[in-house]
Ligand binder design. Structure first.
Ligand code: MTE
Ligand code: MO
Length: 313
């Protein structure tokens, strides 16, 4: 591992066995390719996650045990590739993550279509171990690699009229076969209020476990908002729209009574069809109590002072 990490953390603690195994497989494949034995068809096979170098440990990390790599990358929600938990890992190879650009539109001084390679050069990358809590009452602990969303927001200079940001996923049914079925209105969209977007916990992730994001986890760039239910953490982002009014979001559009705009993790507000009071950490047997704001209350509760979080769920 070439990424930097605190000296008291052993590589064996942060890199599960499976990553070492995959790396050995990679070396073997590379050796075969080098010997000219690789079939031409295999050259278009999906690129393996590449190691990201020069990553500094970021603030706000948890010291909880990270969820194993195979679970993080094998048990996913990404309806563009199917609605089953193993569908994204099976199907997301059809997503092409280069070239890739992100369109910044609306109330900003510097709108434009920015190439992902340029965006990656603008900001230093950090590793932050954040919890991700799905509305379906499971959770994971994931060592993300990324940069604060606020860095990008400030760089494009929002105007005083920009009160919210809407995020947009790629819309291309050829690459995202799940979009051929109307399970959601495509493309997937999400939104944050400007102060939420500027909060230093909100991350734009480009990797996990020290490597580039696997497609099923939202390559090449996705949002991670650790104090909100997982559906806010929109994947494979191609657009940021800076707007004055609260934007539409996919799950709110699909079932407004079940999924609100704010979607802050809140054990006191149940989903109409199930409790949100407890959660199963993937890989663990017993459920645990869900914490307000997914355990990040100290950092973010102040954003919602004076708001009725039962109404603004
Ligand atoms: N574009 C897009 N983004 C998405 C989703 C999706 O279906 N499409 N699913 C969301 C949901 S419900 C969750 S819980 C998280 C899951 O992230 P993970 O698969 O990396 O754990 O992604 C979110 N982002
Ligand atoms: Mo979710």
């Amino acid at each position: 591992m070439l990424i930097k990490r605190p000296p008291d953390v052993l590589p064996s603690e942060i890199t599960p066995e499976s990553v070492y195994r995959r790396r050995r497989d990679f070396l073997r494949t590379a050796a075969v390719a080098g010997a000219g034995l690789l079939l031409p068809g295999l050259l278009s096979a999906p690129a393996r996650a590449a190691k990201i170098e020069g990553v500094a440990p970021g603030p706000f990390g948890t010291d909880e045990e990270p969820t194993p790599y195979d679970a993080v990358t094998g048990y996913n929600n990404f309806y563009e590739f199917g609605t089953g938990k193993s569908d994204p890992a099976a199907n997301a190879h059809s997503l092409r993550t280069r070239p890739w650009s992100v369109a910044v539109e609306g109330e900003v001084a510097k709108p434009g279509v920015y190439d992902i390679e340029d965006i990656l050069k603008w900001f230093p990358l950090e590793e932050r171990i954040y919890r991700l809590r799905c509305v379906e009452a499971w959770s994971m602990v994931i060592p993300w690699v990324g940069f604060p969303l606020a860095f990008l927001v400030k760089r494009v200079e929002p105007t005083s009229r920009a009160k919210f940001i809407q995020f947009v996923t790629l819309h291309d049914p050829e690459q995202m076969p799940g979009q051929k079925r109307p399970v959601l209105q495509w493309p997937y969209v999400e939104g944050l209020r400007m102060d939420e977007a500027l909060h230093p916990l909100a991350l734009l992730a480009v990797g996990l476990y020290g490597e580039t994001l696997p497609n099923q986890n939202g390559a090449p760039i996705r949002l991670v908002v650790p104090w909100k239910y997982g559906f806010k953490s929109i994947k494979s982002i191609v657009g940021l729209r800076f707007v004055e009014g609260q934007p539409e979001t996919s799950w709110n559009r699909a079932a407004a009574g079940e999924y609100g705009f704010y979607a802050n993790v809140n054990p006191a507000v149940d989903h109409p069809r199930w409790s949100q009071a407890r959660e199963r950490r993937i890989g663990e047997f017993l459920k645990r109590d869900t914490l307000p704001f997914n355990g990040y209350a100290e950092q973010v509760a102040g954003l919602y002072g004076g708001m009725d979080l039962g109404k603004n769920f």
